[in-house]
Ligand binder design. Structure first.
Ligand SMILES: Nc1ncnc2c1ncn2[C@@H]1O[C@H](COP(=O)(O)OP(=O)(O)OP(=O)(O)O)[C@@H](O)[C@H]1O
Ligand code: NI
Length: 303
């Protein structure tokens, strides 16, 4: 098996009261070591739930079927049944790094603690260097850090045990453009050093500007609509939803998407994008992923 992350046929349901949130439905996603895959889609489509699944941090009562296999140089395991991998083989870079840091302690003491917890070979100075922080920054307290610096500290912590898989869930929201580019560049460097990086983001503009993603996966209402090499997906989307997302960008005409995303509670069992774009050839009725070369897209099938 190739090193990295392999999500197969993943379906996640989360109970709320007597109803079920369709958080992921039939998701297939490969993130080989050495690459960055960006997972994009509107708010509430299930991106963070996918991150939580990979981190084995789903809410109590969630049901999971399918597999989420991580392959490192040493071992292969399914996160839905294994233990002891979090922070070690699979690490999370959270959205608001600052809120994950303890306000009363220096960055150095928190990084040292993370390193000690994993018995990792690294030092806080080495980690700081990897993420472009000066040694003096390590003696600061969290409130003294800019948003971009806090995000780099979070990345340093994630790198403590040299994880094979890095999941970054909206790591650049609330950062200015320079800080966004810096953090994205660091994630790219992690992949170039051999990690499998799953980057969850709203921010297609930054993906276009920085070209850091190898592949893009587009999610809508718990399903993947399209996956493929980043440049192909951005230049020539195969699914209506991807095209509509891109057309909404300032650089591409700013045409708002029609309607709004559905609640994921008790969704029907098929792709529902036709509710927003009734003439879509891809949606409405049973759908499957169709693969053409390096690309896949969801479309209607006759069953
Ligand atoms: N702990 C939870 N318990 C129940 N439902 C949840 C829980 N977390 C998320 N959900 C539901 O799962 C669905 C997907 O949410 P998720 O947070 O994965 O979206 P997202 O794509 O990450 O959106 P955003 O871009 O806003 O972060 C939503 O309908 C949300 O209400
Ligand atoms: Ni999210």
């Amino acid at each position: 098996m190739t090193r990295g992350l392999s999500v197969r046929n993943l379906t996640v349901r989360i109970p709320i009261g007597r109803r079920w949130v369709h958080a992921a439905s039939d998701v297939d996603l490969e993130v080989p070591a050495g690459t960055v895959t960006a997972l994009v889609g509107e708010s509430g489509c299930g991106k963070s739930i996918l991150a939580a699944t990979v981190m084995a941090m789903l809410p109590v009562g969630a049901t999971v079927s399918g597999s989420v296999v991580v392959t490192t140089a040493e071992r292969e395991f399914d996160v839905t049944s294994a233990a002891g991998f979090r922070g070690r083989d699979v690490a999370l870079v959270p959205q608001s790094a600052a809120t994950h840091l303890t306000p009363t302690r220096t960055v150095r003491s928190q990084l040292d603690e993370t390193i000690a917890a994993h018995g990792g070979p690294s030092t806080s100075d080495l980690l700081a260097e990897r993420v472009g922080l000066a040694p003096a920054h390590l003696d600061l307290h969290p409130h003294q850090l800019s948003g971009g610096m806090a995000q780099r500290v979070a990345l340093a912590g994630a790198l403590a045990a040299d994880p094979t898989v890095i999941v970054a869930d909206e790591p650049t929201s609330n950062l200015d453009r320079a800080a966004v580019d810096h953090v994205l560049g660091l994630l790219r460097a992690c992949a170039d050093d051999g990690a499998a990086v799953l980057l969850i983001t709203h921010d297609l503009s930054s993906l276009i500007r920085t070209e850091i993603a190898d592949r893009i996966a587009v999610m809508y209402a718990s399903r993947l609509m399209e996956t493929g090499p980043a440049a192909s997906v951005l230049e020539n989307p195969l699914h209506d939803y991807t095209r509509d997302l891109l057309d909404a960008l300032p650089s591409r005409g700013m045409t708002p998407l029609p309607g709004s995303p559905p609640e994921l509670t008790d969704l029907p069992d098929d792709c529902v994008y036709h509710l927003r774009r009734p003439l879509s050839p891809h949606s409405g009725g049973p759908t499957d992923m169709v693969t053409v070369g390096a690309r896949s897209y969801r479309t209607r099938v006759h069953r």
